[in-house]
Design a protein around this ligand. Structure first.
Ligand SMILES: *Cc1c(COP(=O)(O)O)cnc(C)c1O
Length: 435
């Protein structure tokens, strides 16, 4: 299958090329030239399949032209070795819990799958491979965990100083070895810009292979579509249409959901739930996409003022504002609403949401209030609440017990390189590591 650039100025490329480049030379993002549609027989029996079986079927639909089925099966089984349970929270409200992987955030799904797919696609490459990732928190830790110890691959994780939680910082900076943590004196958008500049630098790419592990890399998006199919399979028995509320920042997760929809998954509606960073809901309202500087919130992994996956969604929607409005509803919620929602659901039911999942919960409950549709509503729980101890302590007056994955990381020592936002400085650092 070919992958085209959303900017339309670079020629279509193979899967290997799309994964290797991350970003196309024209600055666009790669998308499959056609989204494969899964057969009706798959949907008829989907409720009898395990998560990894569903993932295998969907992965084959996307990748089988480029990767042997046994290899796909191996990548699926190795990367998806943790559960993604659908938990009933109240009435017809369900949480798709995506936080049971090694770093306790949904980004584990994409990062683990991508690292293994990359290792396979690069197995015959002679130049060293360098993976660059900008993070506002969870991406960096998931990518670091996913790639740590992978032979022949250097990973650079750029994070904004003081803007990731202390625990996230530990999860980024304590790996050592092939994982290079870089603290940037700037915002997440600065980190993202630095990463993009390096990826289109012709001199660097003549010396080494450079690629991205951000949600701009298509190798992360494909596996993220798997869990939408899984959630549907578990709720199919009810006969009610399914609505997904997605807590959105760079909109990779929503893009993956829309790809699942394009591949035939019956989804009644997507809700793009954002924090105060409301570029997308404003776009749906006015039809104008106007990026703005990111604002800091308690759901900091969603503090994005110019979501990088917008162009992909625009293509999936046929660049028509009417299609956008037909498939997606979007609302923005402030920190105090988010805190109140966490507090209320916790005192009503005992269920504890993290601030990101809570934004999605708010979007879902607003939809259920405003619409007459009899649906099963799924909000995506994207991080474990124990990842945000300061915030959670304040909201629920108590500590969320850290799962075992998190306990170990707190004891390890941090090591990182600090720099400003000058691309030349970062460029030199990358070259030095590759000497
Ligand atoms: C990254 C992240 C998000 C936002 O996902 P996007 O794909 O960037 O929209 C939401 N919640 C958590 C916990 C995250 O780490």
């Amino acid at each position: 299958m070919d992958y085209y650039s959303t900017n339309g100025q670079s020629p279509p490329v193979s899967l290997r090329e799309a994964v290797m480049r991350g970003l196309a030379r024209d600055g666009g993002l790669y998308m499959p030239s056609s989204v494969p549609v899964l057969p009706q027989s798959f949907f008829s029996s989907i409720d009898s399949l395990k998560f990894t079986e569903i993932a295998f079927e969907v992965a084959c639909a996307f990748l089988k032209d480029d990767v042997d089925e046994e290899i796909i099966a191996g990548i699926v089984d190795e990367s998806l070795d943790f559960p993604v349970p659908v938990k009933k929270v109240a009435g017809n409200v369900y949480c798709l819990e995506l936080f049971h992987g090694p770093t306790m955030a949904f980004k584990d799904v994409g990062a683990r799958f991508m690292s293994r797919l990359m290792a396979y696609l690069y197995k015959d490459e002679s130049k060293a491979l360098n993976v660059i990732v900008a993070t506002s928190g969870d991406t960096g830790s998931a990518v670091a965990a996913g790639f740590h110890g992978v032979e022949g691959i250097n990973v650079f994780v750029l994070f904004p100083r003081g803007k990731v939680s202390p625990l996230q910082q530990k999860q980024i900076t304590t790996w050592g070895g092939n994982i290079h943590a870089v603290e940037v004196d700037g915002s997440f958008d600065d980190c993202q810009r630095l990463a993009k500049i390096m990826l289109v630098d012709r001199d660097l790419s003549s010396r080494m292979v450079l690629t991205s592990a951000n949600s701009i890399n298509i190798a992360r998006l494909i596996p993220q579509s798997f869990y939408y199919f899984f959630a549907y399979s578990r709720l199919k028995y009810s006969g009610r249409p399914v609505v997904f509320s997605v807590p959105s920042g760079n909109f990779g997760n929503l893009t993956a959901g829309l790809m699942a929809g394009a591949a035939g998954l019956p989804v009644h509606k997507f809700i793009a739930s954002t924090n105060a960073n409301d570029v997308f809901p404003k776009f749906l309202e006015s039809g104008k996409y106007i990026p703005s500087p990111s604002l800091q919130t308690i759901s900091n992994a969603m503090d994005v003022g110019d979501p990088s996956n917008f162009s992909r969604i625009n293509d999936l929607m046929g660049q028509s504002i009417d299609s956008f409005r037909e498939s997606i509803i979007s609302w923005s919620f402030g920190d105090s609403e988010t805190e109140n929602a966490i507090k209320k659901l916790w005192s009503d039911t005992g269920y504890i949401m993290d601030p990101h999942g809570a934004v999605a919960y708010l979007g879902l409950t607003r939809y259920l209030e405003e619409s007459d549709d009899d649906v099963s509503g799924v909000f995506l729980g994207t991080a474990h609440p124990a990842k945000f101890p300061e915030t959670m302590d304040r909201i629920i007056n108590g500590t969320v017990k850290p799962p075992p994955q998190l306990e170990g990381v707190l004891k390890r020592e941090e090591k990182f390189h600090s720099m400003g936002i000058d691309p030349a400085e970062f460029r030199e650092f990358i070259i030095d590591i590759n000497l």
